[in-house]
Design a protein around this ligand. Structure first.
Ligand code: BGC
Length: 246
């Protein structure tokens, strides 16, 4: 079965047609730049462009960087505040002319890693953490997702975790791998205290360079770099479209 998966992020909107039984991409992976300001209308227009370019006419699954409840955005940490209260599923559905289901972006990436990536067949408590502009998180117990877990918003030092130790913070503050890892360790200590994961999967663009910082991390849990890289969000969103009524 084929579905279109879309991953909306702070810098890019990515999409591809996905075979949800194998997790393989059946089209090229398209990327358009996220408009600034990233208002609901502007983003919906870009999503509609992407759907047209891929000549897609079926159901769409879309990962979105906010708490999503029944298709509606409840938060807006790294996106335009006008998204709060917006029915993202309805808006994107109208703009594209295709039925659309929406879920949190990290939850989408986690679903894909659990099904087709390094979380395959793993039971117990598994946590995926994405390190990007913000910090995304997806929590699984015996393969079942507990949605909208916002660990990037845990209180850490004088602010929240994602303003202290996201991948963007490492770049913006020109932190070396070791001092950045020290911050990550502070984050993981809190996370492990709360959730006792057996496996932590680390995703986001920086996970490609895991050899640079994994040696400094001191988690109790096993630590693995995400396997599906920048396809995870697309694949997981398409899987959700296959499973959820819109
Ligand atoms: C948002 C999350 C999102 C994460 C990664 C955070 O700022 O609150 O919902 O998953 O960024 O995009």
């Amino acid at each position: 079965m084929e579905y279109l998966g879309i991953d909306i992020g702070g810098s890019g909107i990515k999409g591809a047609i996905v075979d949800v039984s194998s997790g393989q991409l059946l089209s090229e992976r398209l990327r358009v730049v996220t408009p600034t300001p990233a208002t609901p209308q502007a983003v919906a227009g870009k999503v509609a462009d992407l759907v047209r370019q891929l000549n897609w006419r079926g159901k769409i699954g879309c990962g979105f960087p906010a708490v999503i409840s029944h298709g509606v955005a409840q938060t807006a940490a790294n996106i335009d505040v006008s998204w709060i209260g917006t029915d993202v599923a309805a808006l994107l559905g109208e703009a594209s002319g295709c039925p659309c289901v929406v879920l949190n972006d990290a939850d989408a990436a986690g679903l894909a890693e659990m099904r087709f990536g390094c979380g395959r067949g793993r039971t117990g408590n598994v946590l995926l953490v994405t390190l990007g502009t913000g910090i995304g998180s997806a929590l699984f117990h015996n393969g079942n997702l507990y949605p909208n877990v916002e660990l990037g918003h845990l209180r850490l030092k004088s602010g929240i975790a994602e303003r202290y130790t996201s991948a963007a913070v490492r770049v913006n503050e020109a932190l070396g791998w070791k001092p950045w890892s020290k911050r990550l360790n502070n984050f993981f200590v809190q996370v492990e205290r709360l959730l006792s994961p057996e496996l932590i999967i680390v995703g986001g663009g920086v996970s490609r360079k895991y050899e640079r910082f994994f040696p400094y991390l001191e988690t109790q849990a096993e630590l693995l770099p995400a396997e599906l890289r920048n396809r995870a969000g697309i694949i997981g969103a398409a899987c959700r479209a296959a499973e959820q009524q819109s």
